[in-house]
Design a protein around this ligand. Sequence first.
Ligand code: BGC
Length: 410
Amino acid sequence: MSQAFVFPENFLWGTATAAHQVEGNNLGSDSWVLEHVPGTLYAEPSGDACDHYHRYPQDIALLGELGFNTYRFSVEWARIEPEEGEFSQAATLHYRRMLESCHQQGLTPLVTFHHFTSPRWLMAKGGWQSDQTPGYFARYCEWVTRHLGHLIGGAFTLNEANIAALLHHLVGLEAPLEAPWWGAAAKALQTTPDHLAPFQHLHSAKARQTILQAHRLGFQAIKAGPGEFPVGLSLAIQDVQALPGGEERAEALRQEIYQPYFEAVRGDDFLGVQTYSRERVGAQGPAGPEPGAELTQMGYEFYPEALECAIRYAVSQTGLPVLVSENGVATPDDTRRVEYIRRALQGVAHCLRDGLEVQGYTYWSAFDNFEWVFGYRPTFGLIAVNRQTQERMVKPSARWLGSIARANAL
Ligand code: BGC
């Protein structure tokens, strides 16, 4: 038997969630509206989700019992500032209690300030294409840090700042400006189809500029507040692989979806790397999965080796320490989840052996949860949730990863 690899002391082991995907009934968010308009692209509405908003004490205790030492979750802007300039003390207190629960259970809380969803009122004001948005975001970051900063263990301003660029260039997804559901959503959000700018769905040069400015101002606001913790953002980094003849095209894609963001994180404390699979690129562009390859419930390849490449690429381009803030697989077969994580972690171990600074690994996701337009069909969780009774069912993969976390060795 080969010797176990021992991870560095203080390596962070955990799971990740996002408020909208687990809390339930996030009525004040833009996503809630997008999910409910007639003809929407969303397979189903998020509804009660995992009712994590009310069940977080038991959920966080369970994560601690399983052996993890960190929990990455997001605070919801739409709850904390439900109307422009009106900050909710009650919602802020809710997140304070969550942070305190983490500390009680021995979990370092990693807080994402924005994970895809935004308050409805922000959309009416131009959303992620408005010059005002970075200022609004910084004001919200300032409020959260002032009230909660002393309890935060690490912060992400934005989750996957490049998600819209990635979906546009790699998957060919465009905001459907002419679609009736987009028009209905725009109307419900008090704007027009060409001005509707939700974070995940709209790719444009203006949106990119707004997002990167929001990161810059948010970063400064968080740093100026109480607490001494690292601050960064996360990026979706798929392993872009060139097929013979596709080298130039692959490089052009990398330039579009990663380079401006790598430039924007200079001076940050770390970079969150979020990797799920690879993208094969030929001379004509993205070529899709290799014929015959095992696919996940998301339709892309089961390819855990992507993580090692993504970490190496991110470090070579930014020089920053990285935290694997998301990596995971949607599968109904939990033995394939164990296999995926095992191979992904081997990649992390190779990077560490070579001296790269990888600070932790948070698996996506703690629970089977609301997977955006796909609804509840893809199951990424280490813990299954009965959505009628909200009963939690721990999968073998959760115990397996928890025992690795406890041993700090693979
Ligand atoms: C996002 C999560 C999402 C996950 C799985 C990431 O793009 O940050 O919100 O659920 O991937 O698709």
